[in-house]
Each structure stands twice: as structure tokens, then as C-alpha cells.
Design a protein around this ligand. Structure first.
Ligand SMILES: *Cc1c(COP(=O)(O)O)cnc(C)c1O
Length: 388
């Protein structure tokens, strides 16, 4: 197979929901990827923040294949060692009390929505179920998580959407305007990824936490993209000094296998009982074995390294002509320039660099172990493309 054959077959048989780059990736090592013609690319997307330690990582592969040698799946009617071990790791590292595993970010958020509504139902009855989300947020592609997503462009074709979501400006006043005696939760991304790597203010998050606590409104933080070391913190809420009631994550959690987690803290610990929620594949043992390996390697030293690499990227990106603003934290980076982001991404690809875009910005989400010389190659190509 060559790239052209693959592209032709894809176009013939796959529903065209993705505007794909004209490249098919075959293999690689770390942050270096190769297409079917052997062309090399530096990867500054890592999937979309998924391949935490790049591709073909020996330690991660060993953890995953060891589990494959044992058992590839058990239903959730039986106990599972990798699942229990991962839940323990997550709780020990975050202070969460209980974890529910799904397969994706959207499923993790579905679980958070259910948990918030059930918590409120148990305590306040059936009529207090509204959830406030933030304008320009992104929470997933299922009907409920699309409904939670605070962007009009996602609210077409598929109506009726799920009732009970209100969209607030990212300010305390914005949230207060949407809050009433039916509000059960506020769901936020600390850094809005899909809408352009917009960092929500630390002051806002702190005020929001206080407001929620006063009213027994649950604070849900969607760490699907920001989680698992991406920002230089294990979970980004730590950087803002807030204590959420529910945290969701997915993307990088299992280092390249599908896995989502909804972590329940403190007063939410006991919200679910038998039969309240479930998933056939959720918490797959192979994915959980991969995730245990990933989590055990996101150490304090690695997080400092991520912060350092993020600062290095930012300093050097800000020096590039035509760069107007660099946003983000750690290795979650948005670049605003005077040029169309899609053109920049296409030109970078020709020169052997894979970058992502988000709402008119170039977005970088490289593997956390990207090497210094790979960062320098990426910066050189970005400089050539953006400053020309
Ligand atoms: C990607 C993303 C999701 C959806 O995750 P899927 O695994 O694609 O379902 C939800 N929330 C945020 C913040 C995301 O970045």
C-alpha cells in the first residue's frame, strides 16, 4: 500500500466527517513519524494529545503486551486487576474517592453529567438538574455532550438536544446570570482546547469554586485534553489551586488506547450504586495496563520538564515574525498569527512538521517526552512558515 491507495480507499468507504491532511502515517519512534513513502515528520500533535510518550514507546508497549498475554477483555461483571490498580493510582494522585471508567472523553463527561444530576436528585429532588457550561467550551460529540458544548455551531442538525444546559461567559457574573435554584453543576475546561487554547482566568476559577461551594453546586472540571501531565501539572486544576467535585479525563490517559475516567471527589463519592451506570468496554484491561504505565511515569520531574519545554516553546514562538500571541500552559500551546492556521498547518506538513489547528490558531500538543532537538526542528519549520 502507498499513501495514494490508502487515501483512495478511505474516500470510497469512510463517511467523510474528517477534513484529513493528505498523509497516511505508518510508523515511527517517539515524536518522529514516517508515512508510507518513508517521509519523516516531527509530530507536534501526538494524535490529539493522546500519545503521551510518543509512538512505539518500549515501556508502554511492554505493559500493554504483558496484559495482552494475560487477557484482553473481561466484562465489568468480574473484578479486574488493571482497572483496580489504575483507579487506586488516580485516587492516590488526585485525592479522588471513586472512579468510573469509560472509553472516551465524551463518555467521561456523560458520566459526570449523570453523577451531578443524581447527586442533586438524591439531595434536592427531581427538579434541580441544570448544568452551566462556558461559552466556547467543547465537551464531546454525543448528543448530551454536544448539548453541553457552549458553541452554536455544534447545535444544528441533530435537534432535539438535551435540555438543561445554560452557557455562561467565563466570569463570575456570567455564571451568576445563568444560575438559579435549578442549577446542579458548573462544568469548565481550565484551558479551552478546541476553541483555541484559551486559558480561563485563575481568579475566575477561584471565585467559581467559592460560589459553587456556597450553593452546593458541583464543580466539574473537564480535563480530557488538559489532563495527564499536558500542562505541566498532572491535572491542570492543581495549577489554579481549586478543588473540583468531579474531574473527567481521557485523551492521553492510556497513552494511545481508548480510555476515559470520571473521578468523583468528597461529597460525590457515594453518588452511584448498582445499576446506575455502566459500559461494556469501559476500563478495558489492556487500556488500563497502558494507563498504569503512563501515570507511574508522570513524575514530579517529568512535570517540571514539561513546564520547561512549554516555556522554551513560548519564548521562541513569541520571537517569530507575524506571531501575535502565544497562549496555553506547558505543552498545550496556541499560536495566533496574522495568517490562516490551516495554511500554516499545510505548509508545515510539506516541510515535515505535524501541527494541529483550533479556531483559527495553530495548536501544538506534542508528546511530553519530545526531545530538545525535535523542538528546535519544529521551531525552525514554524519560523520559516509563519514569518515568510
Ligand atoms: C477531546 C475532548 C472531548 C471529547 O473527547 P472524545 O474522546 O473525543 O470523546 C471532551 N472534552 C474536551 C475538553 C476535549 O478536548
Amino acid at each position: 500500500m502507498n499513501s495514494q491507495d490508502i487515501i483512495k480507499e478511505d474516500k470510497e468507504y469512510i463517511a467523510p466527517t474528517y477534513a484529513r491532511f493528505p498523509v497516511a502515517l505508518k510508523d515511527g519512534k517517539g515524536s518522529k513519524l514516517y508515512d508510507y513513502e518513508g517521509k519523516e515528520y516531527i509530530d507536534c500533535g501526538s494524535g490529539i494529545a493522546v500519545n503521551i510518550f510518543g509512538v512505539n514507546d518500549e515501556e508502554w508497549k511492554a505493559a500493554v503486551t504483558a496484559q495482552l498475554d494475560n487477557i484482553q477483555h473481561t466484562s465489568n461483571l468480574y473484578y479486574s486487576a488493571p482497572q483496580a490498580e489504575l483507579a487506586k493510582l488516580l485516587c492516590e494522585r488526585t485525592g479522588a474517592s471513586k472512579v468510573f471508567f469509560g472509553n472516551s472523553g465524551a463518555e467521561a463527561n456523560e458520566c459526570a453529567i449523570k453523577a451531578a444530576r443524581k447527586y442533586s436528585d438524591n439531595k434536592y429532588g427531581a427538579d434541580r438538574k441544570e448544568i452551566i457550561t462556558i461559552k466556547n467550551s467543547f465537551h464531546g460529540r454525543t448528543i448530551a455532550t454536544l448539548s453541553a458544548t457552549g458553541q452554536d455551531e455544534f447545535h444544528k442538525y441533530y435537534n432535539p438536544f438535551v435540555a438543561g444546559f445554560r452557557y455562561a461567559e467565563p466570569t463570575l457574573d456570567g455564571v451568576k446570570t445563568c444560575a438559579n435554584n435549578k442549577t446542579c453543576a458548573v462544568m469548565v475546561e481550565t484551558i479551552q482546547g478546541e476553541s483555541g487554547v484559551n486559558v480561563l482566568g485563575g481568579e475566575f476559577l477561584k471565585q467559581l469554586e467559592n460560589f459553587c461551594r456556597e450553593k452546593d453546586i458541583l464543580l466539574i472540571v473537564d480535563e480530557v485534553q488538559t489532563g495527564n501531565g499536558r500542562t505541566g501539572y498532572l491535572y491542570s486544576y492543581e495549577a489554579f489551586g481549586i478543588k473540583p467535585d468531579i474531574v473527567t479525563t481521557a485523551k492521553g490517559l492510556a497513552g494511545g488506547l481508548p480510555l476515559g475516567a470520571c473521578m468523583l471527589f468528597g461529597k460525590c463519592a457515594g453518588v452511584f450504586g448498582y445499576g446506575d451506570h455502566g459500559s461494556t468496554f469501559g476500563g478495558n484491561p489492556v487500556a488500563c495496563a497502558g494507563a498504569c504505565n503512563i501515570l507511574s511515569r508522570i513524575t514530579g520531574d517529568l512535570l517540571l520538564e514539561v513546564q520547561g519545554k512549554g516555556a522554551y516553546f513560548k519564548t521562541n514562538l513569541e520571537r517569530i515574525k507575524n506571531v501575535e500571541e502565544v497562549t496555553g500552559m506547558g505543552l498545550m500551546i496556541g499560536i495566533k498569527t496574522s495568517k490562516p492556521a490551516a495554511d500554516i498547518a499545510a505548509k508545515c506538513m510539506q516541510k515535515g512538521l505535524l501541527v494541529l489547528t483550533a479556531h483559527g490558531k495553530v495548536r501544538l500538543l506534542p508528546a511530553l517526552n519530545i526531545k530538545k532537538e525535535e523542538i528546535d526542528t519544529a521551531l525552525k519549520i514554524l519560523n520559516e512558515v509563519i514569518s515568510e
